[in-house]
Write a new protein. Structure first.
Length: 256
C-alpha cells in the first residue's frame, strides 16, 4: 500500500486523527462531527484505499499498513501528537495506531467499535458481501438500513424518507467496500488491548445491530482504565446522535 491516502484536514488546535468504518469514508462515518470537532481540534480524516478520492489497493488491506498510512497522513498535516477517533472497524485500526506508534497517540476514542468480529458480526459481513456480489443493490441498501439504524430512528421516518435513505446508501458505497469488509472479517487486535497506555473512551450504541454492545464490553474489559459511554442509538451514531457523540468525546478529551 504505497499510495498516500486522500485526507480531509480541518480546524485548528490539538490534533485529532479519524479512522472510518469499513465500506464507508470519512464523511459517511463522521458527518456533522467533523464540523463540531474542528471548532476545537485540527481534524485529520484520511480515506482508506477505495474510499473517497483514494485509489483501491492492489493487494489485500492489512491493519498494520493502514495504521501506518493514517499516521503518515497526520505527518503530512503537521501533527506531532494526536488523539485517535475510530468508528466501527476504524476502532480496531485506532488501537493498532496506538500500539504501533505509542509515542504519537495521546488518547483513544473507540466508537461502535470492536477488537475482532464475533460469529454474529461475521455473518453480517458475509451477508453484506454476498448481497453486494449479487448486484442487488436495492436489497443490500435495505439490509444496511435495517441493521444500521435503530428501530426508533427508522419508525420516525416516512416511506419517502426511508426511500431517500436507501437510495443514498445504494449510491454511496465506495469502490473499495469489499476490500475493507474483507479486512473486517479477519481483523483481530485483542492482543493489543493490554498494551494500551493512553486514556481511552469506549462509546457504544445501545441499539447497535451491526457492532453490538458485546463488542464494546470486550474492549472495556481488555483496556485498563477505559471509560464507557452508551448512546441511545443504533450503529449510525453520526446520523442519530451527533451532538451527544461529540459532547461525550469533547468532555473526555478535555479531561485527558
Amino acid at each position: 500500500m504505497t499510495t498516500s491516502l486522500s485526507t480531509l484536514v480541518r480546524g485548528t488546535g490539538p490534533g485529532l486523527l479519524l479512522a472510518h468504518g469499513a465500506s464507508s469514508d470519512i464523511q459517511d462515518s463522521f458527518g456533522p462531527l467533523i464540523d463540531l470537532l474542528s471548532r476545537e481540534y485540527t481534524v485529520v480524516g484520511p480515506d482508506y484505499p477505495g474510499s473517497g478520492a483514494t485509489p483501491r489497493a492492489e493487494k489485500p488491506l492489512t491493519a498494520d499498513e493502514l495504521a501506518d498510512q493514517l499516521v503518515a497522513a497526520a505527518d503530512r498535516a503537521g501533527l506531532e501528537s494526536f488523539a485517535v477517533l475510530g468508528f466501527s472497524t476504524g476502532s480496531a485500526i485506532a488501537v493498532r495506531v496506538a500500539t504501533r506508534h505509542p509515542d504519537r497517540v495521546r488518547a483513544l476514542i473507540l466508537s461502535a467499535g470492536l477488537a475482532r468480529p464475533n460469529p454474529r458480526l461475521q455473518l453480517i459481513v458475509q451477508t453484506w458481501r454476498d448481497l453486494a456480489a449479487s448486484g442487488d443493490m436495492r436489497s443490500l441498501a435495505a439490509y444496511l438500513a435495517l441493521i444500521g439504524w435503530s428501530a426508533r430512528s427508522l419508525d420516525e421516518r416516512s416511506a419517502e424518507e426511508l426511500g431517500m435513505l436507501t437510495e443514498a446508501i445504494a449510491t454511496g458505497l465506495p469502490d473499495g467496500a469489499d476490500d475493507q469488509l474483507e479486512l473486517l472479517s479477519r481483523i483481530d487486535v485483542r492482543a493489543d488491548l493490554g498494551q494500551l497506555a493512553v486514556p481511552t473512551l469506549v462509546v457504544a450504541g445501545a441499539h447497535d445491530q451491526v457492532v453490538s454492545p458485546a463488542h464494546a464490553r470486550e474492549l472495556v474489559s481488555g483496556i485498563v482504565g477505559a471509560r464507557y459511554v452508551e448512546l441511545d442509538a443504533g450503529h449510525a451514531l453520526a446520523d442519530e446522535r451527533p451532538d451527544e457523540w461529540a459532547r461525550a468525546m469533547l468532555d473526555f478529551l478535555a479531561s485527558c
